[in-house]
Design a protein around this ligand. Sequence first.
Ligand SMILES: [Zn+2]
Length: 265
Amino acid sequence: METTTAIAPDRRRPLGRLAGLLRMGLRPLLDIGLPPLCPSCREPVRDAGGLCATCWSRLNFITRPYCERLGIPFAFDPGPGILSMQAIADPPAYARARAAVRFDDVARALVHALKYGDRLDVVPTLGRWMASAGRELLADADALVPVPLHWRRLWARRFNQSAALAHAISVAANVPVTTALKRVRATRSQVGLSKAERAHNIQGAFRVPAAARGEISGHRLVLVDDVLTSGATVDACARVLLRAGAAQVEVLVFARVVDAVRLPI
Ligand SMILES: [Zn+2]
């Protein structure tokens, strides 16, 4: 299965390469005597990419009981195999979703540090947490599929955070990564849109090129993204993958927004 690097090709962006080279060159100087910083609160920590004790204790890892389909945590245990009201009333195209943590202050700070702060050192840690949360999904997965960025955004950001996370999970869980899913249309930010608007905004944004169908058809796939909000993006991706012949599509994210969950009556 084809694998790829999470870093955008620098040859398309000479200034980015120059900045990268400068940073690489200066890193040994900058690192001397400077302790690594907590990616969430920027307090000094012992290990690069690790959280300080305070932020660690404020992270909310998602554990059972949760909806077996959507992975949304239940406030109390309704018994084995019970699905949430959302999963029954509005089932997604993907089979199951799992998230490592709830999207709260610390999780948001971690995602922002990764996406906008160039803190790629947090990736191995987040990847390990995700591999642990998605253990059941990864056990029989054929490949990981990062949610792709449009090339223009990839250019601006220099790397795709979902691809970086997928590669870290790949290392932890020994499942290969495929880049057969492409984003063919740039979409505006989903922030501030209603659920219906999000679904409309993302329509037609993803495609599996005919030449890459062999990497999808008949395969059990796990989509990887950083944050799951309404699920519109991963749902659109799952539909495209299933249309391209995927045997099964599941979803693994670092953090998910958790609203009050309703149980079936
Ligand atoms: Zn901290």
